[in-house]
Design a protein around this ligand. Structure first.
Ligand SMILES: Cc1cc2nc3c(=O)[nH]c(=O)nc-3n(C[C@H](O)[C@H](O)[C@H](O)COP(=O)(O)O)c2cc1C
Length: 353
């Protein structure tokens, strides 16, 4: 399995998710195995071209994540080409274009899913990018704009002609957002109609579903929310592909994952956390979290909202994490919940404050 000249060790991909698939999370998923490619959160082409620090942070990655794809969004062909050059200059293996995001802030600028209504413009963007860089340019799109405009087959053909090296399709229209079910038959139909690899995306929550979807006629499978719930899902899908039982994941391993995630976030940003390095031992929990520490807490809250779904007593952990005021408290709550078998002592009522 290749995207252009880039070999993928497996057909299973960590789907791009804004706010979620940061470099720390991707590294940890990659370490579990079974992951053929990781895609960054979507990054603004304007921010990249202007060199805005926040934007560049979203595009950060580490060597252990390779092969790595950076996803950009925007609607101006020249700026997108320029942004692709920035991504190439950062050493990424692949640059991906977001044509699926339905958030109005993005879609209103001829970007994200609004490109599904303008196949010609979508192809112009891809053509400009392909001319500008040597790394493969790929596209992540939806089934279409709405049920009366299922444009993915046309957009796929046009961007293929413009030089795109692969496509991923989330099997829902922009109008659907996340309602209904992803239409994998439709995605497989598009895959048959183009020569470049087509990846499918949507609704793989169990490793069995990932394998079934792969067998339904796509080159690979992007897994989004399923990875947030279960970061081992790609490794488990690979187990199944290779004829083994899917590896079990202990509560301890699940707890360790969250603690490692927090530690990586702190390691990456620790020196920027207001006062984090200066707080004397024992005082960290007394002072309210500020600045970057607050950022780490919010990242953990966001992940736990997905991570605890379907988990026994998951709501209790969510409540405890939402109530935590420092990374130290978070560590304690996670440790209690997963590692000691003791459920967090804080009553769920704390969430409502
Ligand atoms: C929180 C969240 C953020 C997302 N952000 C992006 C994004 O930045 N770029 C993108 O192409 N898709 C994004 N998606 C869509 C996913 O990559 C994926 O295509 C979609 O969720 C369907 O797959 P799933 O059912 O496996 O989650 C996002 C999805 C979620 C849930």
């Amino acid at each position: 399995m290749r995207i252009g000249p880039i070999p993928l060790p497996s057909p299973f991909v960590v789907s791009p998710m804004a706010g979620m698939t940061d470099t720390a999370f991707r590294r940890l998923v990659k370490r579990q195995g079974g992951c053929g490619l990781v895609v960054s959160e979507m990054v603004s082409s304007e921010g990249l071209v202007r060199g805005i620090d926040r934007t560049l942070e979203y595009a950060e990655y580490t060597e252990e994540e390779r092969p790595v794809s950076i996803q950009i969004f925007g609607g101006d062909p020249d700026r997108m080409a320029e942004a692709a050059r920035v991504v190439e200059g950062m050493g990424a293996d692949i640059v991906d274009v977001n044509m699926g995001c339905p958030v109005p802030k993005i879609a209103k600028h001829q970007a994200g899913c609004s490109l599904m209504r303008e196949p010609g413009h979508a192809a112009t963007i891809i053509g400009a990018m392909v001319k500008a860089v040597r790394i493969p340019v790929t596209v992540k799109m939806r089934k279409g704009w709405d049920d009366s405009d299922l444009s993915a087959p046309e957009v796929a053909r046009r961007v293929e002609d413009a030089g795109a090296a692969a496509i991923a399709i989330h099997g829902r229209t922009a109008k659907q957002s996340y309602s209904g079910r992803a239409d994998w038959d439709f995605v497989a139909g598009v895959a048959r109609a183009v020569r470049i690899p087509v990846f499918g995306s949507g609704d793989c929550i169990e490793p069995e579903q990932v394998v079934e979807r792969l067998q339904a006629g796509v080159s690979g499978v992007f897994v989004g929310r399923g990875v947030l719930r279960n970061p081992w899902i790609l490794a488990q899908a690979q187990d199944l592909m290779e004829g083994r039982a899917a590896r079990p994941v202990s509560m301890e391993a699940r707890g360790r994952f969250l603690l490692d995630y927090m530690q990586l976030l702190l390691d990456d940003r620790g020196d920027e956390i207001d006062g984090f390095r200066h707080v004397a031992p024992g005082q960290a929990t007394a002072a309210p979290a500020r600045g970057r520490e607050r950022w780490v807490i919010n990242k953990l809250r966001a992940l736990c909202a997905w991570y605890t779904r379907g988990m026994e007593s998951g709501s209790q952990l969510r409540a405890a994490v939402n109530a935590a005021e420092s990374t130290r408290q978070l560590r304690e709550q996670i440790g209690e919940f997963f590692l000691s078998g003791v459920r967090p002592s804080r009553p769920p009522a704390l969430v409502t404050r």
